[in-house]
Design a protein around this ligand. Structure first.
Ligand SMILES: [Zn+2]
Length: 162
C-alpha cells in the first residue's frame, strides 16, 4: 500500500506495517471505500514521547490519537505494558480504531462529527464494543448523547454506559 507510512523503531516495524495494511484493507471492505488518502502512523516508545508529539498530557487509558491532519500517533505495542496498562494483544484493535478515524475525516471533510458517532463507529469496526457494554443494565439517561458529542464530553462520560 503506497499511501501508508509507518514510522517507528526499526525492530518489528515490518510486522506492524503488515498489521496496518491488513486493518486498512479490512476497513476498505467494511466501508466499501478505498484508501485514496495518505495515512501516516507514528509509533512512540514511551508516554513522554507520545505526549511530547501531541503537545498535551494524556490519560493512562489513552494510547492512540488521530490528529486533525489525519496523522495517527500511537504507543508502540512493546511499550503497552509499561505505559498503557493494556495487554500488547490490544494493539491491532486500537490501530484499526485509529485508522477508522482517518476514514471518518475523509468522509466528513471540514464538517464536525459527533464524538459518540465517530467513537461508536470506531469501536464497532475495530471489535471493541464489548469493552463499553452497559454494565448497569439500563439505558442511558435522556440527553446523554449530547454530552458525548464533544471530545471533552466523550472523555468525561464515555466510561459511564456510553
Ligand atoms: Zn477514537
Amino acid at each position: 500500500m503506497n499511501n501508508l507510512i509507518v514510522e517507528g523503531p526499526k525492530k518489528g516495524l515490518d510486522v506492524i506495517k503488515k498489521e496496518a495494511e491488513k486493518a486498512l484493507a479490512s476497513l476498505e471492505n467494511q466501508l466499501n471505500m478505498p484508501v485514496d488518502f495518505p495515512v501516516l502512523v507514528r509509533l512512540h516508545e514511551s508516554r513522554a514521547k507520545y505526549e511530547k508529539q501531541l503537545g498535551r498530557k494524556t490519560q493512562k487509558w489513552e494510547v492512540g490519537n488521530t490528529s486533525a491532519n489525519g496523522t495517527i500517533d500511537i504507543i508502540h505495542p512493546n511499550s503497552f505494558k509499561k505505559y498503557a496498562s493494556r495487554p500488547k494483544s490490544d494493539f491491532v484493535k486500537i490501530l484499526k480504531h485509529e485508522l477508522w478515524h482517518t476514514f471518518a475525516k475523509r468522509i466528513a471533510g471540514k464538517s464536525a462529527i459527533p464524538c459518540w458517532l465517530n467513537e461508536g463507529m470506531a469501536m464497532c469496526l475495530a471489535n471493541q464494543a464489548d469493552q463499553y457494554q452497559n454494565r448497569r443494565g439500563y439505558y442511558i439517561e435522556e440527553g446523554f448523547a449530547v454530552k458525548l458529542s464533544t471530545a471533552h464530553g466523550w472523555n468525561t462520560y464515555a466510561n459511564y454506559d456510553a
